[in-house]
Design a protein around this ligand. Structure first.
Ligand code: NAD
Ligand code: AHE
Ligand code: ZN
Length: 376
C-alpha cells in the first residue's frame, strides 16, 4: 500500500538568526530505503544553535533542525529490512551503511554513502520529504528531529530496546554518545592516564563519564563557568580548574602541565573555541599526549600551533559522534543505560514542549542547562 502524506507540527527555521516557527508541515511517505519516524522526544544540541546562527558553512534555509531524537517507526519504504513499523528507534546523523569504503575500513565511524546529499539537506535521491507554505523545506544532518514526523534513510536509524524510555534514549543520538565514545573509542584512554576535558557541557561531562569507565587517573575539567565544578564532580572528575581564576602570569597550559608532571596523556576540546583547542594540544605530554577535537568551530575559524608541538610527539585528532558506529554500537549503549552502567537521566536539566522550543535555545545559552529534552 502506498503511504499517505502526514500533516503535523514542526519547528521550522525559515532564516538564519531568527526564531524557529511552530507550524504545520506536510511529511511525504518514505520512498525506497527510507523510514518515516514519529518522533517522541528530541534533545537540543549546541550544534543546532550553531547552524541556526548562520555560522555553519553547510547551513541552508528553510530547514527543520534537530538531530538528537528518538521515536517509533510509523512506516517504511520499499526494501527496508533493518527496522519495522512499531520499532523504537534513535535517528543517526552519522549513518552506517556497512558497505562503503569508510564502513569497511575498520578505521572510522564516518560513512560515505549519503554524506553528499545529507550535507545539502536532501534525502539520498536529491529531494525533500517536507513541505510548508507551499515550499520544500530542507532536512538537517539526515535527521530533522524538530518535526513530529520525519523521514530518514534506512542507514540513518537504529532500533533499540523498547523498554528504554525515549526521553532518555534521544540523548544517545548525539551529546552523550559523542563524549563517551570520544573517551572510550577515539582516545581509548588507558587505565591510570591523566586527562583534561575543556568545556563541561553535555559532551564534556560525557567524556568524563567515559574516562571514569576506562579507569583514568586524574580527570581534570576546565571550564570558565564556576557552576560547572559541581557538575564535573558529580560525573567523577578528580579536579576542576577555572582558567579565568589562575594567578597572574600562569596560563591554563602551565597549570595542567604542573598538575600532571609534564602534561596530560589525553585532552579533549568540548568548547568549539579554536584558542581552547590550541591550549588543549599544548597541555599534552611530550612524546605521546593526544588531543581530541570534538567542538565545532564557526566557518572561517582555523587552528594553529607551532609544528614543534607535533615534532615532539603530540598528536592532534578529532571525531564525530565519538567514533561510534550507530547501528552496530548504539543498542549496546542503551543496554548499558538500562543496566545502570551509563548515566543519562542526570544530563536532563530542562523539559519543554515543541511549541516552547525557542526557550530551550535560550536556556542553552544561559549556561545552567546541560540538556533540554523536548516532548513532541
Ligand atoms: P555546551 O555549550 O553545553 O558546553 C560547552 C561548555 O564549554 C560550557 O560549559 C562553557 O562554559 C564551556 N566553555 C566555553 N568557553 C570556554 C573556554 N574558553 N574554556 C573552557 N570552557 C569553556 O555545548 P555541548 O552541547 O556540550 O557541545 C560542546 C561542543 O561540541 C559544541 O561546539 C558542539 O557543537 C560540539 N559537538 C560536536 C560533536 C561531534 O560529533 N564532534 C557532537 C556534539 C556536539
Ligand atoms: N557542517 C559543519 C560541520 C559540523 C560538524 O562538524 N558536525 C559534526 C557533528 S556535530 C553534532 O552535534 C559531524 O558529524 N561532522 C562530520 C560530518 O561528516 O559532518 C561545517 O563546518 O561544514
Ligand atoms: Zn549534536
Amino acid at each position: 500500500t502506498v503511504g499517505k502524506t502526514i500533516t503535523c507540527k514542526a519547528a521550522i527555521a525559515w532564516e538564519a538568526g531568527k526564531e524557529l516557527s511552530y507550524e504545520d508541515v506536510e511529511v511525504s511517505p518514505p520512498r525506497a530505503h527510507e523510514v518515516r519516524i514519529k518522533i517522541a522526544y528530541t534533545g537540543v544540541c549546541h550544534t543546532d544553535a550553531y547552524t541556526l546562527s548562520g555560522k555553519d558553512p553547510e547551513g541552508a534555509f528553510p530547514i527543520i533542525l534537530g538531530h538528537e531524537g528518538a521515536g517509533i517507526v510509523e512506516s517504511i519504504g520499499e526494501g527496508v529490512t533493518s527496522v519495522k513499523v512499531g520499532d523504537h528507534v534513535v535517528a543517526l546523523y552519522t549513518p552506517e551503511c556497512k558497505e562503503c569504503k569508510f564502513c569497511k575500513s575498520g578505521k572510522t565511524n564516518l560513512c560515505g554513502k549519503i554524506r553528499a546529499t545529507q550535507g545539502k539537506g536532501l534525502m539520498p535521491d536529491g529531494t525533500s520529504r517536507f513541505r510548508a507554505r507551499g515550499r520544500d523545506i530542507l532536512h538537517f544532518m539526515g535527521c530533522s528531529t524538530f518535526s513530529q514526523y520525519t523521514v530518514v534513510a534506512d542507514i540513518s536509524v537504529v532500533a533499540v530496546q523498547p523498554d528504554a524510555p525515549m526521553d532518555r534514549t534521544c540523548l544517545l543520538g548525539c551529546g552523550i554518545t559523542t563524549g563517551y565514545g570520544a573517551a572510550r573509542i577515539t582516545a581509548n584512554v588507558e587505565k591510570g592516564s591523566n586527562i583534561a576535558v575543556f568545556g563541561a557541557g553535555c559532551v564534556g561531562l560525557s567524556v568524563v563519564q567515559g574516562a571514569v569507565a576506562q579507569g583514568a587517573g586524574k580527570i581534570i575539567v576546565v571550564d570558565v563557568n564556576p557552576a560547572k565544578e559541581a557538575w564535573a564532580n558529580q560525573f567523577g572528575a578528580t579536579d576542576f580548574v577555572n582558567p579565568t581564576k589562575l594567578p597572574e602570569g600562569q596560563t591554563i597550559v602551565d597549570k595542567l602541565i604542573e598538575m600532571t608532571d609534564g602534561g596530560c596523556d589525553y585532552t579533549f576540546d568540548c568548547t568549539g573555541n579554536v584558542g581552547v583547542m590550541r591550549a588543549a594540544l599544548e597541555a599534552c605530554h611530550k612524546g605521546w599526549g593526544q588531543s581530541i577535537i570534538i567542538g565545532v568551530a564557526a566557518a572561517g575559524q582555523e587552528i594553529a600551533t607551532r609544528p614543534f608541538q607535533l615534532v615532539t610527539g603530540r598528536i592532534w585528532k578529532g571525531c564525530a559522534f565519538g567514533g561510534v558506529k550507530g547501528r552496530s554500537q548504539l543498542p549496546g549503549l542503551v543496554a548499558d543505560y538500562l543496566d545502570g552502567k551509563l548515566k543519562v537521566d542526570e544530563f536532563i536539566t530542562h523539559r519543554k514542549t515543541l511549541s516552547e522550543i525557542n526557550s530551550a535555545f535560550d536556556t542553552m545559552k544561559q549556561g545552567d542547562c546541560i540538556r533540554a529534552v523536548v516532548d513532541m
